[in-house]
Design a binder for this molecule. Structure first.
Ligand SMILES: [Zn+2]
Length: 275
């Protein structure tokens, strides 16, 4: 089950976390030709059940960029493709551009609360991307983790009027996925967390951790992810943590019934962190 993540779909101010409208539309068309669109909740269910007869795709977005409401999200709605949209609470509330954009001298517009409410009302799932887009590799204090995750979730739900069930780690690389931060996701009662280091959600794996890959501007790299490359599974880092209710969890069980290697499979690559 494939879960690409995007940040910003726009034709202005290109940067490593922006993809053009035309390229995004190409991704959507390609996915619709080869994969069945499903929601993130469906992906978790299929992973838990341990059987998935047909490869699926779920589109996700991180941060909360205003321009996504101009093209990308209307396109997904028009084509009835499920989507989970992870927003950063403080930037949303205070209408403050992201620090990674301000540092580049390009303070791009962020979504406002009215937009996010409208997206939730039309069926787009709103998830949490932390309160302040912090780097969780630098935080160990439980109170700070709860402020960034549990309390932020409660506040986002109150402001939205919709439940918030999913969390996506800013940067989403293995160093951010600490046992302490994942425990805070668990304490908050969230249904799962999404990473961003590149991975597949294979039947029988841990369903609390949803693995995503970058919706890359390079179409060949994107197509390689979509066509499934088992070498990427073998090279994946192990994320260790303990669920409150489930006890110790180590490495996942070996993946079962992996699809055949695509002839277009490229070199294994662990991508760099994006916001
Ligand atoms: Zn981010």
């Amino acid at each position: 089950m494939m879960v690409p993540f995007y940040h910003r779909v726009a034709d202005s101010h290109p940067n490593p976390w922006t993809i053009s409208r035309a390229r995004f539309a190409r991704h959507v068309d390609h996915c619709l030709q080869h994969l069945q669109p499903r929601s993130l909740a469906d992906v978790q269910q299929l992973v838990r059940q341990g059987n998935c007869r047909q490869p699926t795709v779920t589109f996700t977005f991180d941060d909360g960029y205003a321009e996504n409401c101009d093209f990308a999200l209307p396109l997904l709605l028009e084509k009835q493709i499920p989507c989970t949209y992870f927003v950063t609470l403080s930037n949303l509330i205070h209408q403050q551009p992201f620090s990674h954009d301000r540092q580049r001298g390009c303070p791009l517009p962020v979504n406002n609360l009215r937009q996010i409410r409208e997206l939730a009302d039309v069926g787009i799932e709103i998830g949490l991307h932390s309160r302040d887009h912090i780097d969780f590799s630098t935080v160990n204090c439980a109170a700070e983790l709860d402020l960034q995750i549990g309390q932020a979730r409660t506040e986002l739900e109150q402001r939205l009027g919709h439940p918030v069930r999913q969390f996506a780690f800013p940067f989403g690389m293995p160093r951010q996925l600490t046992a302490a931060a994942i425990a805070a996701v668990d304490r908050a009662g969230l249904h799962g967390f999404s990473s961003a280091f590149g991975g597949y959600n294979l039947p029988g794996r841990d369903a609390f951790h949803l693995r995503r890959f970058h919706g890359d501007c390079d179409f060949n790299r994107f197509r390689n992810w979509i066509s499934f490359d088992p070498r990427k599974v073998r090279s994946e880092p192990t994320i260790r943590y303990q669920r409150i209710a489930e006890g110790p969890r180590a490495a996942d069980p070996a993946p079962i019934a992996a699809p055949p290697l695509s002839p277009s499979a490229a070199i294994i690559q662990l991508p760099g962190a994006t916001p």
